[in-house]
Design a protein around this ligand. Structure first.
Ligand code: CTP
Length: 220
C-alpha cells in the first residue's frame, strides 16, 4: 500500500438543508472512517480525512490533513480537489442520496392542518462519478474502496454496488439492532469481484479498522 501518494478517508453523513435551520441527515457517527484514518496515520500513511456530519470526537484526526464538508456535493468536490495519481480512496462516509429541490431561504412556518410535502431530487453517486472521472482523465494508480450498509440481501447488494461503482473492494455491514450505524461493535464482510474475501464478526470498530488495513496491505 506504500505505492499510494495519499489515502483519502471519508467519514460521517452529509447534511442537505431544507431551510436555514433544518436539514436532512442520517444516523452515521463517523466512527468507522475515523478509526480507519487514525490507524493509517499511526502506521505513517499520508492521510486526508474528509468528514461530514460526525460526532465531535470524530471531527479531527491528529496527524492527517482534515477537511470538513457539509453536503454531498461538497463532499464530491472536496474529494475531486484532492484526487491525484496514486490515490487510494476509502469511502466510509454516508452521503445523503437526496436533497430538497427548492430549499427555502426563510424558515418554513408551520401551517396547521395542512400537509407539508418536501420535494427531493437525487444527489450524484460520488463513487460512480469518481470512477468515471478517473477513467475519462486517465488518472493512474488510483483505487476505490466502498462500504455498503445493508438491512437485507447483504452479499447480492454489496456485489452489485462493487460492479456499478467500479470498486476494488466493498466492505459490507449488516444494519441490525446491535451492529451498524453508531454502534461500537460491528460485523463486516469484504467482497471483491470474485466473491467474499474476509469476514469479521462482532468486533469493536477500532479492531475492525485494524483488520481492514491489514487486509488491504496484503492485497494492494
Ligand atoms: N455513496 C456514494 N455516493 C452516494 C451515496 C453513497 O459514493 N450518493 C457511497 C458510500 O459512501 C458507500 C457506497 O457508496 O461507500 C455505498 O453506499 P450505500 O448507501 O450503501 O449505497 P447506495 O449506493 O447509496 O445505494 P442504496 O442507498 O440504494 O443502498
Amino acid at each position: 500500500m506504500r505505492q499510494f501518494k495519499k489515502i483519502i478517508v471519508t467519514a460521517g453523513g452529509t447534511r442537505e438543508w431544507i431551510d436555514p435551520i433544518r436539514f436532512i441527515a442520517n444516523a452515521s457517527t463517523g466512527k468507522m472512517g475515523y478509526s480507519i484514518a487514525s490507524e493509517l496515520v499511526k502506521q505513517n500513511y499520508p492521510v486526508v480525512y474528509i468528514y461530514g456530519n460526525v460526532s465531535e470526537k470524530y471531527a479531527h484526526v491528529e496527524g492527517a490533513k482534515n477537511l470538513s464538508v457539509e453536503t454531498t456535493l461538497d463532499l464530491l468536490n472536496t474529494i475531486l480537489s484532492e484526487l491525484e495519481e496514486r490515490t487510494l480512496l476509502i469511502m466510509a462516509a454516508a452521503p445523503a442520496d437526496f436533497k430538497p429541490k427548492n430549499p427555502s431561504t426563510f424558515k418554513i412556518k408551520k401551517q396547521e392542518k395542512s400537509l407539508l410535502a418536501l420535494e427531493l431530487e437525487p444527489n450524484p453517486d460520488i463513487l460512480q462519478t469518481l470512477s468515471q472521472h478517473i477513467k475519462t482523465n486517465q488518472i493512474q494508480g488510483c483505487e476505490l474502496i466502498g462500504f455498503a450498509a445493508e438491512t437485507n440481501d447483504l452479499e447480492k447488494n454489496a456485489r452489485e454496488k462493487l460492479i456499478k461503482k467500479n470498486l476494488k473492494y466493498i466492505i459490507a455491514n449488516p444494519i441490525q439492532k446491535n451492529s451498524g450505524f453508531g454502534e461500537e461493535k460491528t460485523n463486516i464482510q469484504i467482497f471483491s469481484e470474485v466473491g467474499r474475501e474476509l469476514e469479521i464478526n462482532y468486533e469493536s470498530k477500532d479492531i475492525v479498522a485494524q483488520k481492514i488495513i491489514e487486509f488491504l496491505k496484503q492485497r494492494l
